[in-house]
Ligand binder design. Structure first.
Ligand code: HEM
Length: 248
């Protein structure tokens, strides 16, 4: 495949992944409303019809896989194309973010694997599986509460408390790792989002500055939005509603 074809794959898979992270951050920000919001939201996602959850998971996994394989191929291609001793010149004008794409990307992959084991599989803290709470009926998607109440049991997985416990003082280093990873995500997207436009030919001289600024705003908004959750949990701004010890 041509180098341009590879750049298109990077742009299309990158766009899909940026779309996911923006949606995921907005979903997560419900943590700052009543716990019902995120708990009902998580319940809704997990009970989506027609195996939709798995379809989305497979699409995301394929996008991540294609993004990584294509990135590795591009790095190898660039290395082959560049004569030895030419390295310093090639990197002179490149920004810090663009020069560090492979490192920020690799660490983000480690973060994603840890993150899935942390909150989705819950194998790092198996006790998270037992966090259950009664919905109070004040959430966003009242259908969930109404549907469960009709069966006389409004208990759901307490995703809200799971996240707060995950970033408690006891696990301060996990919160620090998350904020660090969000910083790398920000760095990765600062370059990634603007070069996404370049790959599809939108980035001319006039738009160059504007797109770089748009990329910076998106990256910073994601950094602040995501990081606010570990920070608020660690500092006690967010309080768990179900104690961890009671879960055993
Ligand atoms: C502070 C930041 C974040 C928090 C608090 C957070 C929270 C969560 C929670 C609670 C879940 C599990 C939901 C459930 O099973 O009920 C989850 C799943 C997930 N998160 Fe995050 N997340 C954060 C950042 C990120 C970032 C930056 C990415 C991607 C780069 C990401 C990717 C994912 C993925 C792929 C899943 C699995 C979805 C699934 O298939 O079930 N998360 N996150």
């Amino acid at each position: 495949m041509s180098s341009l074809g590879k750049k298109y794959i990077m742009a299309v898979t990158g766009l899909l992944l940026v779309g996911f992270v923006i949606g995921h951050m907005l979903g997560n920000l419900q943590m700052f409303l009543h716990p019902d919001w995120i708990n009902e939201y998580a319940y809704k996602l997990k009970t989506l019809p027609y195996g939709l959850l798995w379809i989305v998971r497979i699409v995301l996994l394929t996008a991540v896989g294609a993004h990584i394989v294509t990135a590795v191929l591009l790095v190898l291609e660039n290395r082959r194309a560049r004569p030895a001793g030419y390295v310093a010149q090639g990197t002179l004008q490149a920004s810090f973010a663009s020069r560090t794409m492979k490192y920020s990307g690799a660490i983000l992959l480690v973060f994603i694997i840890f993150h899935i084991l942390h909150f989705t599989v819950q194998s790092i803290h198996p006790e998270f599986k037992h966090l259950e709470t009664e919905l109070a009926g004040v959430g966003t998607m009242h259908q969930v509460y109404d549907k469960l109440a009709a069966f006389g049991n409004t208990e759901v997985h307490d995703v809200y408390s799971m996240v707060v416990h995950g970033f408690s003082l006891q696990y301060w280093y996990v919160a620090v790792f998350y904020v660090f990873a969000m910083g790398l995500l920000c760095l990765h997207l600062m370059h990634g989002v603007s070069s996404m436009f370049q790959s599809v030919g939108v980035r001319n001289a006039v738009w160059r500055k504007r797109l770089d600024r748009i990329a910076l705003v998106i990256a910073l908004a994601l950094f602040i939005g995501f990081s606010s959750i570990p920070v608020a949990s660690l500092t006690g701004l967010l309080d768990p509603i179900t104690p961890l010890t009671a879960a055993h």
